[in-house]
Design a binder for this molecule. Structure first.
Ligand code: ASP
Length: 316
């Protein structure tokens, strides 16, 4: 059965997950993003591709980078952007998610960018909306964060050129991380031969081996000779019960320090989706060090989100 994010021609209609996305679509997004990168350096930072379109940012969960870069991306494409403030919207008066969606669709929205604590919420909206509307998942529960996955791939390609000779380590709270899941799907789709996950046993989800991933509970062993280190935040808001002794204990075993990073290849890059908790999963010397590309990820995120929106708008 065709995935609901693809139209009858196999093109992207919504972006809900990287899982199962054909490699040529992933590559097309990255190539399109390359063409948008210079727009942000222009004196007039705008192209008219989404002129006359209305993009609704619906963030039912907190966000700094994703919400802002979606807004910047949409305005650089000349779209009109509406940011629904969920705290002051009728969602807080008990309106159901789909009723909210129907009302916004009645305002002739063209695109919904949705973040929700409930895994599957963007999927449900995509199933519900009429044919002219596009839905982009901006992070749903612990399930997926496809534009983060794509911007991470863009960053890796920018610095490392070729995916097919890389060893990439994803480190930290993989159990609760939608970023980890999207990154792992993207890395395997793009042909990365060795994807490693490094985490304490309590934060390792089952089924990783079936995804072709090598798991490590010893960070030093897992970091040996890697090209890319992707650090994750502890998702305390999604944890039930005590999964870790303490933040200090976690940092001791799984915090990225300069001393541990020295085990990776000398030109390894360090990534983090943000928000960072310094002293919990990463020390400042590394976060601000020469191998860190964390702020480049943010910049590339704009071009990648412009690419996704323009591709969706073109696939009607
Ligand atoms: N910003 C990312 C997300 O929304 C990562 C994080 O929150 O740790 O999933």
């Amino acid at each position: 059965m065709r995935h609901p994010q693809l139209n009858e021609h196999g093109e992207l209609r919504h972006l809900l997950t990287i899982e199962g996305l054909p490699r040529d679509i992933v590559t097309h997004v990255l190539d399109t993003a390359s063409s948008f990168l210079e727009v942000s350096d222009r004196q007039v930072k705008k192209v008219p591709l989404l002129r006359g379109k209305s993009v609704f940012n619906l963030f039912f969960e907190n966000s700094t980078r994703t919400r802002t870069t979606f807004e910047i991306a949409a305005t650089r494409l000349s779209a009109d952007v509406v940011n629904l403030d969920v705290r002051t919207s009728s969602a807080s008066k008990g309106e159901s998610l789909l009723d909210t969606i129907d009302n916004l669709a009645a305002m002739h929205a063209d695109m919904f960018v949705v973040r929700h604590a409930q895994s599957g919420a963007p999927y449900m909206i995509a199933q519900h909306v009429g044919p002219g509307l596009h839905v982009i998942n901006a992070g749903d529960g612990r399930h997926a964060h496809p534009t983060q996955g794509l911007l991470d791939m863009y960053t890796i390609r920018h610095f490392k050129k070729d995916f097919t000779n890389l060893t990439v380590a994803v480190v930290g709270d993989v159990l609760h991380s939608r970023v980890a899941r999207s990154d792992i799907h993207a890395l395997t789709t793009l042909g990365v031969p060795e994807v490693r996950v490094i985490a304490p046993l309590t934060l390792l989800p089952p089924g990783l081996e079936q995804m072709g991933v090598r798991t490590f509970t010893d960070m030093r062993a897992g970091l040996k000779d890697v090209d890319v280190v992707i650090m994750l935040r502890l998702q305390n808001e999604r944890m039930r019960g005590a999964l870790l002794p303490s933040a200090q204990e976690y940092f001791k075993h799984y915090g990225l320090t300069a001393e541990k990073l020295a085990l990776a290849k000398p030109d390894a890059i360090v990534m983090h989706p943000g928000p960072m908790n310094r002293g919990v999963e990463i020390e400042s010397a590394v976060a601000d060090g020469v191998q860190s590309v964390i702020l480049e990820q943010v910049t590339f995120g704009i071009a990648v989100r412009m690419a996704v929106m323009s591709i969706l708008a073109g696939n009607r």
